[in-house]
Design a protein around this ligand. Structure first.
Ligand code: ADP
Ligand code: MG
Length: 616
């Protein structure tokens, strides 16, 4: 009897295909990839030596630029030192295969190992630096590593290392540029595929959320520093792979191709192609290297100082790009395709998978959160002064008070976003005061933000899926190799379920940034729910909402209570809270004024006075 359903589904997809939907965009992308692959495969058969060598360089540059697209474009950490990682790998394999006489394949393992370890060490030292200090530090280590190559005897100082053996697969030598060409481009293809898989996964969502700030990631139970470190090492390994290829292709290494000037050239590739897109790495590398070759042909005809003029030409290009085409070449292409993507309807429903495991919720009425004697001082100002209260499982508890009463500060104390000056917070039997926020999140405390923290360029579905981060475990390697698909299906199913729960299920594939502010707040609630929380803490969810939106929010929260979710709501709007909560605490000037059921609180003289602005 259900035999008709799959057919219907298929008809739906086909119909979608006729109107420019994801079902059609995928083949279009595949078409492009196939076209590029076929052209690249034919080049060595048709083109001259010069073109083949240029393409070899482009492929190697694309590997480095790909790492930079991930690290800088998507992760938001600018590196002016990427060429140093290319150099570490190139020198590592050069040294091992020349002085030690070992196979280049052992050199590959050694080169990647050394590059990875160096990146780990440098990352641990520098990735906690905020603001401009991080990019500045990359210049520092970029310079010093390149300098090191030129000053170590074993690495041949400024003359470098020569007679590096060519690669060979079995007895088949890759000494000919036309032979190593295929290896380079297969590796570029695999690296692209790996990066693509990575971005569409659990660790990928965390990477794409890095620009949202450390607190956002902590709220879903992840450490932003760890995510950035993993990304930094991944990008360095791509540079390392490029360095290994470089050494065995050129059969010679010297310090200058790995200095800061080279790093900037790699960065220029990523910017020129488009920092927001993986294909941008390829396009950018081609653009920069073809241009560089062109300049090297033309400039000597114009001047004796061609080298310096080349630098000027690149600097000009950089500035023009930053002024007129921040999205790079791929940015233009994307602007063109985005318009069509906006009309994309939801995908056909996937086959159901086993749900993610749920937490055992505490019995209704048992205390789950208790705050005792909480104090927070900001210098001389006591923002929270000896506040105590309890939240019981299954209730909606309100924390209200006039502006400046200390509600947000209290909120930050109990989510461990701010350290307490004195007092205790117990959550499910754990003493959480002083615990990192991400650990508290993992215990089952989920929050939303007063100033919405969503990733506007991610879909609703991806934003909510980020909420399930701590319930799942796939890492970069698993995701890149697509071994995470079962778990990923579970995550997306859970995200879809939460979207359905808040009534946005049919807009799952729209971008979060396209939603009005009120709906964005509700989307944050879905993200919090995807963590399967024991306690949901909301900071002023009704702020800035219109009357109808407020009513819908109240409706949603009541429904969640019926489903067994415990909610603590911090709110300024008294009317909204009174109709909603079971109990509430009123704060004023940092202290607890009253605690009780809504009717009693409303009747209280002190509360009325506080809200009128004149305390009795
Ligand atoms: P509410 O959320 O109830 O409006 P807040 O908790 O934001 O109140 O603020 C309580 C008091 O603490 C205010 O006087 C505010 O100026 C002060 N305050 C809040 N955060 C800080 C901070 N980081 N540094 C100094 N003072 C702060
Ligand atoms: Mg506030």
């Amino acid at each position: 009897m259900s035999a008709a359903q799959p057919t219907e589904g298929a008809v739906h997809v086909e119909r979608g295909a006729a109107t420019g939907t994801p079902a059609r965009r995928l083949p279009r992308r595949l078409l492009w990839i196939t076209l590029v692959t076929v052209v690249l495969a034919l080049v060595p058969l048709l083109a001259g030596n010069f073109t083949v060598s240029l393409l070899n360089d482009i492929g190697i540059g694309a590997l480095v630029a790909l790492g930079l697209v991930l690290l800088t474009g998507i992760g938001g950490a600018t590196s002016f030192g990427q060429a140093a990682f290319v150099g570490i790998a190139a020198y590592a394999t050069a040294w091992l295969s020349t002085t030690q006489g070992l196979s280049p394949w052992i050199g590959l393992v050694f080169a990647l190992g050394l590059t990875g370890l160096s990146a780990l060490a440098i990352g641990m030292l520098t990735l906690r630096l905020g603001g401009h200090f991080l990019p500045l530090s990359t210049i520092a280590w970029g310079l010093s590593i390149a300098m090191l190559f030129g000053n170590v005897d074993a690495l041949g100082r400024h003359t470098g290392l020569s007679n590096i053996p060519a690669l060979a697969i079995g007895s088949f030598s890759l000494a000919d540029p036309r032979a190593i060409y295929y290896l380079i481009w297969v590796l570029v293809g695999l690296a692209m595929l790996f990066s693509h898989n990575l971005l569409e996964s659990r660790p990928g969502r965390a990477i794409r959320s890095l620009r949202g700030g450390a607190i956002l990631l902590a709220s879903v139970g992840e450490d932003a520093y760890r995510v950035r470190l993993t990304l930094f090492v991944t990008a360095a390994l791509l540079a390392g792979l490029a360095g290994w290829l470089y050494a065995h292709m050129n059969r010679f290494v010297s310090p200058s191709p790995f200095d800061v000037r080279a790093s900037i050239e790699y960065l220029l590739m990523a910017v020129a192609g488009g920092l927001g897109s993986l294909a941008g790495a390829l396009v950018g590398s081609a653009l920069v290297l073809i241009l560089k070759n062109g300049l090297q042909d033309v400039l000597p005809l114009l001047t004796q100082r061609a080298g310096q003029l080349e630098a000027v030409a690149f600097a000009t290009l950089f500035i023009l790009l930053l002024h007129f085409a921040r999205g790079g070449l791929m940015g233009f292409v994307r602007r063109f395709t985005r318009r069509r993507a906006a009309a994309a309807p939801t995908r056909e429903p996937a086959a159901p998978v086993a749900p993610l495991p749920h937490r055992k919720l505490p019995e209704r009425g048992t205390p789950i959160l208790s705050v005792t004697g909480a104090v927070k001082r900001f210098g001389g100002l006591v923002a929270v002064n000896d506040v105590s209260f309890e939240v019981k499982a299954g209730e909606i508890m309100g924390l209200i008070g006039p502006n400046g009463a200390g509600k947000s500060t209290m909120f930050n104390l109990l989510t461990c976003t701010l350290p307490m000056t004195a007092g205790q917070v117990r959550f499910l039997g754990h003493d959480i005061a002083g615990m990192p926020q991400r650990k508290v999140a993992r215990l089952g405390l989920a929050r939303t933000f007063q100033h919405v923290k969503l990733r506007p360029h991610m879909t609703l579905l991806d934003n909510v899926a980020l909420g399930a981060h701590a319930r799942t475990s796939a890492g970069v390697l698993k995701a890149g190799l697509r071994l995470d698909r079962d778990e990923e299906r579970q995550i997306l199913q859970e995200a879809q379920r939460q979207l359905d729960r808040i009534g946005l299920g049919d807009r799952a594939h729209e971008l979060a940034g396209s939603l009005p502010l009120g709906t964005q707040r509700i989307l944050e609630i879905a993200r919090a729910l995807a963590a399967d929380p024991v306690l949901l803490v909301l900071d002023e969810p009704a702020a800035g909402l219109r009357r109808k939106e407020k009513m819908a929010l109240g409706e949603l929260l009541r429904r969640l209570r019926e489903e067994g979710v415990t909610i603590l709501i911090v709110e300024h709007d008294m009317d909204f809270v009174m109709k909603l909560v079971d109990r509430l605490v009123v704060m004023n000037f940092g202290s607890k004024l009253v605690e009780g059921v809504p009717a009693a609180v409303r009747a209280d003289q002190r509360v009325q006075a506080a809200y009128l602005g004149s305390v009795v």
